[in-house]
Design a protein around this ligand. Structure first.
Ligand code: ADP
Length: 460
């Protein structure tokens, strides 16, 4: 009873039944009434009242005194009763009205001098004398007219046909209701079933797109949500295994070194202790990066947005790297036009993005290579941005790896990057920070020629 399709069927069934019963009743009433009027009019004609009445009028020029003639023609047992016509009359009340519809004769004497209603006028037999209407003859209370056996049978047949048609329509209505309700509720049941299966861990389940437009929309949105859930679930699993893997490496180095010291494999040399310290620094950095990334991905990063001079900020950050670049024989070039607008940014976060990208460029550029830092205006979707590009002459990134460089823990060469102090989170963090500002980040790269990382920040 609480099922949608049962309720829909019931609702459709009830509405259909009420509609059809009402229609049958109305049609029945109308048909009966019209039929009775029709019979009554025939009776009137057959009483042959009309002819003598017209003759009376022609003779007298008015209806005055007409009751005398009607009474003789139409009293019980009178000659106008239509015996032998196959009709058994009750007591139809004869009414005669003048041309204006004013009643000049009423057999029951109840409505004398009143007027005929519009409907009565239509039902009445117009009396004409030399093409001129001289009055109306009406058998009122036609419902009292008793019908002959044949007429009664005809009416009963009509009624029976109406009832049969009504029953067939109700059964058809109910059948259609069941089909319609089933069609509507089946996709919903399927959706509920798939939702339950996804909850139980079958995340690859999807709903087929069937049914009416709204249900298709619902199924499509549901599938989209299931895609996101599946992806999020996969990312979560990957992340946990990545984190476990990343933590295991420095921890096992620390553990191995400490064990060696305990087992007197090494004497307690400063360099061994330095190794252990380096690994703990790496662990610390990894945990910090993870914390930052988790916050950024959860959208909980609080940005202290203010109008920031990006050129000054970039120059300042670059100066930290210039010394290191010089040491390694790398040429560092900075280029920015003079009249650039300020950007709406959190200076610390913008510095961190630059830091990560410059750090990567420096790490991947060989001795004698070059790094270019440039800032320029850019437009995107009708808004102004500043675009910061960092190009290097490093080994470049293969095309199949390019889409993954911003994924967390992704490294082209895992072991080498770790040795260089990379956590594999630098670019993932940079992407989150830039996106939190409403900017974009990207990379273009050609193997053996170099890479160009860029990001945009909204201009004030
Ligand atoms: P990591 O801490 O390993 O540098 P990142 O997220 O910063 O982590 O970078 C991910 C990977 O992208 C790096 O391991 C490296 O393989 C690649 N990569 C990043 N920057 C460059 C670059 N300038 N040139 C070549 N490869 C790069």
């Amino acid at each position: 009873m609480n099922k949608l399709w049962v309720r829909l069927t019931l609702a459709i069934g009830i509405i259909t039944t009420i509609g059809i019963v009402l229609a049958v009743l109305l049609i029945n009433r109308q048909v009966s009434a019209q039929f009775r009027y029709f019979v009554a009019r025939n009776q009137t004609l057959s009483t042959e009242l009309a002819m003598p009445l017209v003759a009376y009028y022609a003779e007298n020029g008015s209806w005055e005194g007409v009751e005398t003639i009607v009474d003789t023609l139409h009293t019980p047992g009178g000659k106008g009763r239509g015996q032998g016509q196959g009709m058994q009359y009750g007591t139809p009340n004869l009414i005669l009205a003048d041309t204006d519809g004013k009643i000049v004769y009423d057999q029951s004497n109840r409505r004398l001098k009143q007027s005929l209603s519009k409907q009565e006028k239509i039902a009445a037999l117009p009396l004409t004398c030399q093409t001129q209407t001289i009055g109306y003859l009406l058998v009122s209370e036609a419902n009292n007219v008793q019908l002959s056996g044949r007429d009664q049978a005809f009416l009963e047949q009509v009624n029976l046909a109406l009832v049969q048609a009504g029953m067939v329509a109700i059964v058809l209505g109910l059948l259609m209701g069941v089909i319609l309700a089933r069609n509507l509720s089946a996709p919903l049941s399927r959706l509920a079933d798939v939702a339950r299966r996804i909850t139980r861990g079958q995340t690859s389940r999807r709903v087929p797109l069937t049914g009416v437009d709204e249900l298709r929309d619902l199924a499509a949105s549901f599938n989209e949500m299931a895609d996101h859930l599946e992806e999020a679930e996969m990312l979560r699993r990957n992340m946990i295994s990545d984190i476990a893997h990343e933590l295991r490496t420095p921890l096992s180095v620390i553990q191995g070194n400490l064990q060696a010291i305990i087992d007197d494999v090494y004497p307690l040399e400063k360099t061994e202790i330095e190794d252990i310290y380096e690994e703990s620094v790496m662990l610390h950095r990894l945990i910090n990066d993870l914390h930052e990334l988790a916050q950024a991905e959860a959208g909980q990063l609080s940005l202290n947005l203010e109008a920031t001079d990006l050129v000054a900020l970039a120059k300042n950050t670059a100066s930290l790297f210039e010394g290191l670049a010089q040491e390694r024989g790398i040429r560092f070039t900075f280029n920015a036009p003079a009249d650039l607008p300020l950007v709406q940014a959190d200076a610390d976060r913008a510095r961190q993005v630059l830091h990560n990208l410059l750090g990567n460029a420096l790490r991947h550029t060989p001795e004698g290579g070059q790094i270019f830092l440039s800032i320029a205006r850019a437009q995107s979707q009708g808004r102004s941005f500043l675009r910061i590009s960092i190009s290097d002459t490093g080994p470049g990134i293969p095309p199949d790896a390019l889409p993954h460089v911003f994924d967390r823990f992704w490294r082209a060469d895992k072991s080498r990057s770790r040795e260089g102090g990379g956590t594999g989170l630098g670019l993932a963090i940079a992407r989150q920070l830039v996106q939190a500002h409403g900017g974009q980040i990207g990379v273009e790269s050609t193997v053996e020629q170099g890479s160009r990382f860029y990001f945009t920040l909204p201009a004030v």
